[in-house]
Design a protein around this ligand. Structure first.
Ligand SMILES: [Zn+2]
Ligand SMILES: [Zn+2]
Length: 444
């Protein structure tokens, strides 16, 4: 009996000594500090391209988590802009390279959450106008979860091998931050990853839940400027003019037939005219009307077809109205405000879903619908999707509010809303556990 209990005691001791620490227990210990980071970043939001303070904080935290850190990384197309990208490299012997990404920037929104740590920050936007600034997309939650992931993986080095590249990316909201990191040679300098992982909080998903989509999860975003040129004149003598306002109205309606008549309905297209300006006075037919459009698609061939149709319809409506060829509409697809569709590699998605189901329980992992929103995480998988990538969601909404939403259909504050307020603790916790367990599985 005595001998048996000694053996049991020895077995117990050795199993404690060799037991692998679970990410959950590390997260438990880190949560108070991560919450402090979260509220600090939340109350000090910075606009896209101006993430100086946020980047410095992330650099400091990555360094103390055991990363080799490079600051001010990134090259924008516009050479006047300074990039605040932060790259932290955590090495642990031979093995695959995995990229883990967070974004850093906030939005020009006046916070109306009423939280004690709500932002009161104002800043000048790129047009020199004073605007309120708020982390209305939850990138502050991403930052806290990203730092938590770095800390956890720094402590779990007995469970993985290889190199983790932690990429803290500026300017997600303007769609040019990821491109700036890649243009500066992210993959040449720090290694081309075998996998790229990103995450985003979700404003209609319960805390504690992970949501993910297999395949396309966010859309190609194209920004198009259209100048409709007519021949101006007196409002009482329309027969002596070519009215660009009437032409613009025809174009706006006809563009909707790109999705409904020219396209396979199984491939979504959104054409939104978000801005239209023309004219100065009731009785003057102006010379031109200016419009700004956003076009959303998934597949490249659908995108190409939609953009070509948009141009063709504009030109031919003008031609049909007798506008001379030299006054044909000018349709410009902007190269600066563009981001490709995010494609979650199906095999990798299924692999991670299995990991999360094991960690969080089957009922806490949801397959969610894709959206026509944009997300420049797409850039990391390269245009040919040759780097398997997954951008997953983690829930930010209290369970009771979520149940009420499902029952009544009363809309919850969406991302970018002045009232969007994730429940910090469980949201950050799920972000850290989701990302940490994903990396551990890919590098075990
Ligand atoms: Zn956003
Ligand atoms: Zn976002």
């Amino acid at each position: 009996m005595k001998f048996f209990s000694i053996v049991c005691f020895l077995i117990f001791c050795s199993s404690v000594a060799f037991a692998q620490q679970a990410p959950q227990s590390i997260v438990d210990a880190e949560v108070p500090s991560l919450l402090a980071i979260y509220t600090d970043v939340h109350s000090h939001p910075e606009l896209s391209g101006h993430e100086e303070r946020t980047a410095a904080l992330v650099a400091k935290e990555l360094r103390s988590a055991g990363c080799q850190v490079t600051e001010h990384f990134g090259t924008y197309d516009d050479p006047k802009l300074k990039s605040y990208g932060v790259i932290g490299v955590m090495k642990n012997g031979d093995g695959p390279t995995v990229l883990v990404r967070t974004d850093l920037d906030a939005l020009p929104v006046e916070e109306e959450t009423g939280l004690p740590y709500a932002s009161k920050v104002t800043a000048k936007n790129d047009e020199g106008k004073d605007v309120h600034v708020m982390h209305a997309c939850g990138h502050d939650v991403h930052i806290a979860a990203f730092i938590g992931t770095a800390r956890a993986l720094g402590k779990l080095k007995d469970q993985w091998h290889g190199t983790i590249v932690f990429a803290a990316q500026p300017a997600e909201e303007t769609g040019n931050g990821a491109r700036a990191l890649l243009k500066a040679g992210l993959y040449d300098r720090f290694g081309k990853p075998a996998f790229a992982l990103g995450f985003h909080d979700k404003a209609d998903l319960q805390t504690g839940h992970i949501g993910v989509t297999e395949g396309y999860t966010s859309a190609n975003v194209d920004s198009i400027d259209v100048t409709v040129r007519g021949v101006g004149g007196h409002g009482a003598y329309p027969h002596k003019t070519k009215d660009p306002i009437v032409l613009a109205a025809e174009m706006i309606n006809a563009w909707q037939t790109i999705a409904s008549r020219e396209n396979n309905p199984l491939d979504p297209i959104v054409v939104t005219v978000g801005s239209i300006h023309g004219g100065t006075k009731r009785n003057i037919i102006p010379d031109e009307v200016k419009m700004q459009l956003t076009v959303r698609t998934y597949k490249k061939e659908v995108r190409d077809k939609a953009l070509a149709a948009l141009d063709r319809i504009a030109r031919q409506i003008a031609a049909a109205a007798g506008v001379p060829p030299e006054r044909a509409p000018i349709v410009t697809v902007r190269k600066d405000e563009v981001c490709p569709a995010t494609y979650n590699n199906p095999e990798l998605t299924r692999r991670l879903v299995a990991v999360w189901k094991k960690t969080l329980g089957d009922e806490n992992v949801e397959i969610v619908d894709p959206t026509m929103g944009g997300e420049d995480f797409s850039e990391y998988s390269l245009p040919d999707h040759s780097i398997p990538a997954v951008n997953f969601h983690f829930g930010a909404v209290d369970a009771a509010k979520m149940a009420d939403y499902k029952q009544t259909g009363k809309e919850l504050p969406s991302l970018h809303s002045s009232k969007f307020a994730p429940v910090p603790e469980p949201t950050i916790r799920t972000g850290v556990i989701g990302m940490t367990t994903a990396v551990l599985d890919l590098m075990k």
